[in-house]
Write a protein that binds this ligand. Sequence first.
Ligand SMILES: Cc1cc2nc3c(=O)[nH]c(=O)nc-3n(C[C@H](O)[C@H](O)[C@H](O)COP(=O)(O)O)c2cc1C
Length: 136
Amino acid sequence: MKTLLQIDASVRKTDNPVHKYNSISKSIAQSFIRSWMDRGIDTNIIQRDVGVNPPDFITNDWIAAVFTAEEVRTEEQKSLLALSDSLIDELVQADIIVISSPMYNYGMPAALKAWFDQIIRINKTFTFDLARGITP
Ligand SMILES: Cc1cc2nc3c(=O)[nH]c(=O)nc-3n(C[C@H](O)[C@H](O)[C@H](O)COP(=O)(O)O)c2cc1C
């Protein structure tokens, strides 16, 4: 069994009932996933539409919680990191990650950047060690 994590970032939907301005990037992701499923590989799909349901932006308190050792985090700090924990959990389960995104004003949508900010977490999804050296 494979797990495919689908992250969609357009604020538009694919089945707008009132107008025809549907998301192209989401259609492309759907088309890729249909082709993948046609190959007959047993696949569990986790869908996260960050365009329609944007993750929270990280905050001053969020960063303080991240840098607080897990064993001494307060209940408030744990709840501040709960969304990040769930998003990382989805990422860790994934064998395949499909990200569909429009370009908004020469960059990724803010909601997709918010997703990256939530999942790129020190000692969880990356580490750094000054002993490995720093670039001057
Ligand atoms: C607010 C906004 C800003 C955009 N900025 C850019 C841009 O900087 N460069 C570009 O090539 N396309 C830009 N586009 C076009 C979108 O990337 C394009 O319409 C894309 O298909 C939108 O994705 P969607 O169809 O999945 O909603 C912009 C569209 C919108 C609505």
